[in-house]
Write a protein that binds this ligand. Structure first.
Ligand SMILES: Nc1nc2c(ncn2[C@@H]2O[C@H](COP(=O)(O)OP(=O)(O)O)[C@@H](O)[C@H]2O)c(=O)[nH]1
Ligand SMILES: [Mg+2]
Length: 282
């Protein structure tokens, strides 16, 4: 048996969290445009007859380089690279290599840990992936290169096999039935946060978080109380929307996904509050 840690690294929106979910086979990490700012490092466990790989999701590196948030996120990535057996470096060939990509590449390029290059989003037509060749120029720095689609779950098996093959010999670290390190409250918060970004897209900045204050499991339903926290009053207004229309939409989307995931009726009490200090606490 082999076992160990594989960290997913790459700039934001390349598809790291989508890949984590696909590899593990269940939705653990939130994915969506700009939803990448996770407060906690998420583990997703892959069990195969040959061994166990624990995939570690990392937040994307943001463009606003000097903010407190960005430096905290970069620190988290560095921490995640400690004690890792394999680095899975995910790139998005629809986007050109820019300063953000060079920053992330520079963080891993000289590490002696085995590295795998993943060119994601191959489900898109070739003409929408014009930068593929540029990324492939880096191939020599990597043990293996895979082209795949995390979203459509295409060509995932070769990556899984290679990751396991690169792990050291060892016993499983997680019990077989446990697929992640995150608790239910955190997972619910991530789903709600993802829906905030999917409903509001560019109207709000990264600076929102979600707190789940209670999860009551009753016989035929689960009652969840959660709060969306933002650092400014004007964003609170945007999130609520005219006559509460946006918060209602966010709540409905989150409730549907949670109901599907846990296969039970859910009552979701959701509100929005201003909290200027949450960044300090992540
Ligand atoms: N077309 C396509 N889109 C993808 C693929 N993987 C991820 N995406 C999309 O890219 C966006 C960012 O994905 P996410 O996993 O959150 O990226 P992360 O920031 O690197 O964790 C989401 O809208 C995903 O649906 C893929 O294989 N193909
Ligand atoms: Mg992500």
């Amino acid at each position: 048996m082999r076992s160990g840690f594989a960290v997913l690294v790459g700039r934001s929106n390349v598809g790291k969290s989508t890949l984590l979910n696909t590899v593990v086979g269940t939705k653990i990490a939130a994915t969506s445009f700009r939803a990448q700012m996770t407060r906690q490092t998420i583990h997703g466990v892959l069990n195969t007859p040959e061994g166990q790989a624990i995939f570690v999701d990392t937040p994307g590196v943001l463009k606003e380089k000097r903010s407190l948030l960005t430096s905290k996120l970069i620190k988290k990535i560095h921490e995640a690279l400690n004690g890792i057996d394999v680095i899975v470096y995910v790139v998005d060939p629809t986007r050109e290599i820019g300063p953000e990509e060079r920053l992330v590449y520079g963080m891993i390029r000289h590490l002696s840990t085995p590295k795998i290059l993943v060119l994601n989003k191959t489900d898109l037509p070739k003409k929408e992936r014009p930068h593929e060749e540029d990324y492939l120029q880096w191939s020599n720095d990597f043990e293996a290169v895979f082209s795949l689609s995390a979203l459509k779950a295409r060509h995932i098996e070769p990556l899984k096999a290679k990751v396991i093959a690169l792990l050291p010999e060892g016993e499983p670290l997680y019990p077989e039935e446990q697929l992640t390190n995150i608790d239910k409250e955190f997972w619910i918060a991530e789903i709600i946060r993802e829906k905030v970004f999917s409903v509001l897209d560019k109207e709000i900045p990264y600076a929102i978080t979600v707190q789940v204050s209670s999860v009551e499991e009753k016989q035929d339903c689960t009652v969840i109380t959660a709060h969306i926290l933002t650092n400014q009053l004007r964003y609170k207004r945007v999130i609520i929307g005219k006559g509460g229309s946006k918060i209602k939409e966010i709540g409905q989307m989150a409730r549907k996904e949670l109901e599907q995931a846990i296969n039970q009726k859910i009552f979701l009490e959701l509100d929005v509050a201003v909290d200027t200090h949450w960044v300090d606490r992540i």
